[in-house]
Design a protein around this ligand. Structure first.
Ligand code: PMP
Length: 290
């Protein structure tokens, strides 16, 4: 069951007009929110990022945070599975084709849910492979825009090479993955690229840095050169649906010893504990004392 413009319906019955600006221009933004044991994870942070994306494209938020929470909870309740991932999508609505914003047009609002499966156990044991590519996206990668063509093409490069992800390099520095954030470990220090307009501020990225701080894991947030990525002891990938995954091969070369490293093991365990707190009804609002 999905939500579309005020109604719940089976996805097969959901239709949007061809003049929707999402379809015509990719003029919209989205969010992906995991729900564990039917509870949205870090909802407050996701809704804050949604507001940032809407501000970035100058589109008014159609709902208050309470209204979003209520709608998302209804979608979760109408779908199977204890763990689900919610996809919500807002476009600038339906109007005669013209690049300029239409006046007085209601946005299109769509929410769907899919089962959330943990990453395959064998990938956590052996690690996954990644390739690198030049980051050729626009310079508002902090906006979670539905116009994802560059990300689609970059991610497909990885699929073509039987790799899990494409790690992006802009002007000689790491930005992120085509659909994930990337961390590097060197000499026991966890390195994270700083948030900027060149990467999506990942919700999982924040969790990992909070866990590192709370558990005295040495970490630095700073620019990471391509050379540092290539000589890393460990590379970690994070996203709401993939959680934390070890990258053990980069452009067909082993990363460090070519197997998941110590910091991956620690952070993965800490992340599972943190999720369990959320499931038991701990804070899911995203405040830092959760
Ligand atoms: N960067 C990009 C480009 C993404 O698409 C995603 C999410 N799919 C992320 C980073 C990770 O963000 P989050 O941890 O909030 O899922």
């Amino acid at each position: 069951m999905i939500y579309l413009n005020g109604k719940f319906m089976p996805i097969e019955e959901a239709c949007i007009p061809v003049l929707d600006r999402g379809f015509i221009f990719g003029d919209g933004v989205y969010e992906v929110i995991p729900a564990y044991s039917r509870k949205p994870f870090r909802l407050g942070k996701h809704l804050k990022r949604l507001q940032h994306s809407l501000d970035g494209i100058r589109l008014k938020n159609p709902f208050s945070n309470d209204e979003w929470k209520n709608l998302l909870e209804q979608v979760i309740a109408k779908n199977d599975g204890e763990d689900q991932y919610l996809y919500l999508h807002i476009t600038r609505g339906v109007a005669k084709r013209d690049h300029a914003f239409p006046v007085n047009v209601p946005p299109t609002v769509f929410i769907m849910s899919n089962p959330l499966l943990p990453p395959p156990a064998e990938l956590l044991v052996s690690g996954a492979s990644a390739i690198t590519a030049l980051d050729n996206r626009w310079i508002r990668c902090d906006v979670k825009a539905i116009s994802l063509l560059p990300n689609v093409l970059l991610r497909q490069l990885a699929v073509d090479m039987q790799a899990l992800e494409t790690i992006l390099i802009r002007d000689g520095f790491l930005t992120e993955g085509a659909a994930s954030n990337i961390f590097v470990v060197k000499n026991g220090v966890l390195l994270a690229p700083p948030k900027s307009n060149l990467m999506l501020p990942g919700i999982t990225y924040d969790v990992v840095l909070e866990l590192a701080a709370a558990n005295r894991i040495p970490h630095e947030v700073r620019d990471i050169s391509e050379a540092e990525v290539r000589t890393a002891d460990e590379i970690l990938l994070t996203s709401s649906t993939k959680e934390i995954m070890p990258i053990t091969s980069l452009d067909n070369q082993p990363v460090g010893k070519g197997k998941p490293g110590e910091l991956f093991a620690r952070l993965h365990a800490l992340y599972q504990d943190y999720k369990a707190t959320n499931m038991r009804g701990g804070h899911s609002c995203g405040c830092s004392h959760s």
